[in-house]
Write a protein that binds this ligand. Sequence first.
Ligand code: NAG
Length: 252
Amino acid sequence: MCTWFPSAFRALAALSVLSVVDGYSYHIQKECRYSSQDLKDTEFLERRIFNKQEWLRYNSTLNEYIGYTDIGVKNADRFNKDEAELAGVHSNLDAYCKNNAEKYFKAILWNKVEPTVKVKTVKASSERHTTKLQCSAYDFYPEGIKLKWLRNGEEVTRDVTSTEELYDGDWYHQIHSYLEFTPQSGETIECQVDHSSFSQPKTYKWDPSLPEGERNKVIIGASGLVLGLVFSIAGLVYYKKKSTGRILVPSS
Ligand SMILES: *[C@@H]1O[C@H](CO)[C@@H](O)[C@H](O)[C@H]1NC(C)=O
C-alpha cells in the first residue's frame, strides 16, 4: 500500500498520569514502537517514570522487566519470576500494538498534506538583465517532492539550483528551487510541483510585476510625494494670498 516507512515510528498510545502532587509526578507510559509496515519487530514498552526518572521498564522483545534504580531492580526481579505477570504484560504486544497498528498508520503516517507554493522574484539585476526566481513549497507531508521550472511549457534545467528537502521538525518539510534567467516579454514562467498529495502535478505561474515588498515601497514613496506636493501647493497658495493681501492694504 505504501512504500515509505519512517525508520522508527512510536505511538505513545497511553500516557496515564497517575499523580502529580506537591511537585512530584509519577506516570506509566505505554509505548508501541513500529519499524516496518508488516509489524515485524514491533515492540511494546511499559515505562514507569517518577520525576522524569524511568525506574522500571518492560520490554516485549526481551519479555522482561529492567530496573534502573535500586527499587526498580528489586521490582524487576520480582516481576520477572512471575510467569502470569509476564504473560499478562506481553499480551499487549498483540492486543494493543499490532491490533491498532493499521489505525495509527492511517491516522498519522499515511496522511498527506499539500504544500503551500510561492513563486517570487528574489533578485533582478539590471546590468546583466537577469532575474532570479524562487519557487518554495512549504508544509508538505510526507517528504518526497519534485519541483520543475517551465518556460512556455518547456522544462528548464539550466541555471536551476535547489535546496534539499528541509525538515521543519514538526512532521512538515519545505524546499526551495531557484531559476536564474533573462526575461523576455510575452513568455510564461511556471513552477511545477509534484507531490503525493496531488493527483497530478500542479503549476504555479510567476507574476512578473513587482514583488509585493517592492510594490509597497513604491506606494509609500508615491504617497509621500503626493503628500509633499499637497503641502507645498497649500503653502504656496497661503503665501501668495498673504503677500497679495499685504500689497492691497493701504500703507498710509
Ligand atoms: C528492547 O530489547 C531489545 C532486545 O534487547 C533491544 O534491541 C531494544 O533496543 C529494546 N528496546 C528499548 C526501547 O529499550
